[in-house]
Design a protein around this ligand. Structure first.
Ligand code: 5GP
Ligand code: ZN
Length: 109
């Protein structure tokens, strides 16, 4: 599988992992655009939200709840943060594996 995020999941390429459970893994973005910039991804390879289906409802919820926990662990919850999912080429998505950007640690992210 050529997917770079699947390679991170399988630990075939390194990443700065900040959270991992059975379904979700999260790691620091290699080109951060905020003091805290973490990518939260499902371990299941789903290309984009367009490709998610009813079987993925719980998994999509788990992504958000993982982001919430990471934000608490990194102590940015009280200030607030942004959660961003780009969808498809028109949405600016560059990596074809669903990922939720957790952006925070600054007043303007
Ligand atoms: P997108 O534009 O698809 O929403 O975001 C893709 C993100 O993945 C970008 O912010 C980019 O910096 C990040 N990224 C791409 N390749 C890698 C990688 O190999 N390792 C890490 N940690 N982040 C990556
Ligand atoms: Zn993948």
């Amino acid at each position: 599988m050529a997917c770079i995020f699947c390679k991170i999941i399988k630990k075939e390429i390194p990443a700065d992992i900040v959270f991992e459970n059975e379904d979700v893994i999260a790691f620091k973005d290699v080109k951060p655009i905020a003091p805290v910039h973490v990518l939260v991804i499902p371990k299941k390879h789903i290309i984009s939200i367009v490709d998610a289906n009813d079987n993925d409802v719980l998994l999509m919820g788990k992504l958000i709840m993982a982001a919430k926990k990471i934000a608490e662990d990194l102590e940015i919850s009280n200030k607030g943060y942004r959660l961003l999912i780009r969808v498809g080429k028109g949405g600016g998505q560059e990596v074809d594996h669903i990922h939720l950007h957790l952006l925070g640690g600054a007043y303007n992210v």
